[in-house]
Design a protein around this ligand. Structure first.
Ligand SMILES: C[S@@+](CC[C@H](N)C(=O)[O-])C[C@H]1O[C@@H](n2cnc3c(N)ncnc32)[C@H](O)[C@@H]1O
Length: 291
């Protein structure tokens, strides 16, 4: 969401020299009825954060709560500390994206509205009647966007955060997808081997740490299946490390990785990007992929 309107309205309310420090954009999670805005304000604007938030809620009537980022993402659940600046304490919302509904509380679970384009790109890649394993599935945005785009697919979604898993279950009902997506609560290291199933496609949307799970992911792929691996990388060399990790893991599993695509997903920090590398994994040199 643009910060331009906000800057115009704040002209008389905060010192002129600080206007340039206002964020150019901020995340809004929710719907036309109720949304939460998440701001990242520099220290210099701290004294004005309440004013900024109140004006923001005036300009964007659907925003009922304004939160400040109070930490980076941390821990297994990849959530962050969010501090209430203004508005309602109840931060549970229903986010709308591409005809899908995602109920969630950003205080309790990972969710990024900025990844909508990436979700749509992935959904385009999935083919009819495929079986798809989505590791690290959160509140299930990826499985839901895929299932809405491609009605014949079977999807298993594995998530360790109980809050995220519970929202996923609710979201499957909200999107009338219960039965088509199987949500499983647990650590992918324990859950995936116990599924006893080989998938056409495995997604690994955990840029921090997915490398540790490459062996499990590859063991869940059928011969010739596709792996989507997410990683962070410096802009001076975006893909070499990810490709090396995939190839080494495939070799450890007595397989071979053929790189299919390299995608710059989103900027993550100064000169650091979230990237995706797609690879076809073959175990005997004879691919069973019928593409
Ligand atoms: C970066 S978030 C992505 C969530 C979701 N795919 C999305 O796009 O909104 C990674 C998710 O993986 C989950 N996670 C981390 N380690 C896990 C593990 N070992 N097994 C299952 N889920 C895990 C976290 O709780 C978090 O919800």
């Amino acid at each position: 969401m643009s910060g331009k309107d906000l800057r115009t309205r704040l002209k008389q309310r905060i010192p002129e020299n600080l206007l340039g420090l206002l964020p150019r954009a901020f995340d809004v999670i929710g719907s036309k009825e109720k949304a939460v805005a998440i701001l990242e304000l520099p220290e210099e604007l701290k004294d004005y954060e309440r004013t900024i938030s109140e004006i923001l809620m005036e300009v964007h009537k659907n925003v009922k709560t304004v939160l400040a980022k109070a930490s980076g993402r941390y821990g297994t659940y990849r959530i962050r500390e969010l501090r209430l600046i203004a508005g309602e304490e109840d931060t549970e919302v229903i986010h709308r994206e591409a005809g899908c509904l995602f109920k969630l509380d950003p205080m309790k679970v990972y969710f990024s509205p900025r990844e909508a384009t990436e979700r749509a790109r992935i959904a385009e890649l999935v083919k009819p009647r495929e079986s798809v394993l989505v590791m690290f599935s959160g509140v299930c945005p990826l499985p839901i966007v895929i299932a809405k785009k491609q009605p014949d697919v079977r999807i298993v979604a594995v998530e360790i955060n109980t809050d995220a898993h519970n929202y996923c279950v609710q979201n499957l009902f909200l999107n009338k997808l219960y039965g088509r997506i199987q949500p499983v609560l647990g650590d992918v290291k324990d859950v995936c081997p116990s599924l006893g199933e080989k998938f056409d496609r495995v997604l690994m949307p955990l840029p921090k740490g997915a490398a540790d799970y490459l062996g499990v992911a590859i063991s869940c792929l059928r011969d010739g299946g596709t792996l989507h691996f997410y990683h962070w990388a410096h802009e001076k060399d975006l893909f070499s490390e990810a490709e090396g990790l995939i190839k080494a893991a495939a070799e450890r599993m007595k397989g071979r990785a053929e790189i299919l695509d390299r995608v710059r997903v989103l900027p993550y920090g100064p000169r650091v990007w979230k990237v995706r590398v797609d690879a076809k994994i073959c175990f005997n040199g004879l691919s069973t992929n019928l593409d």
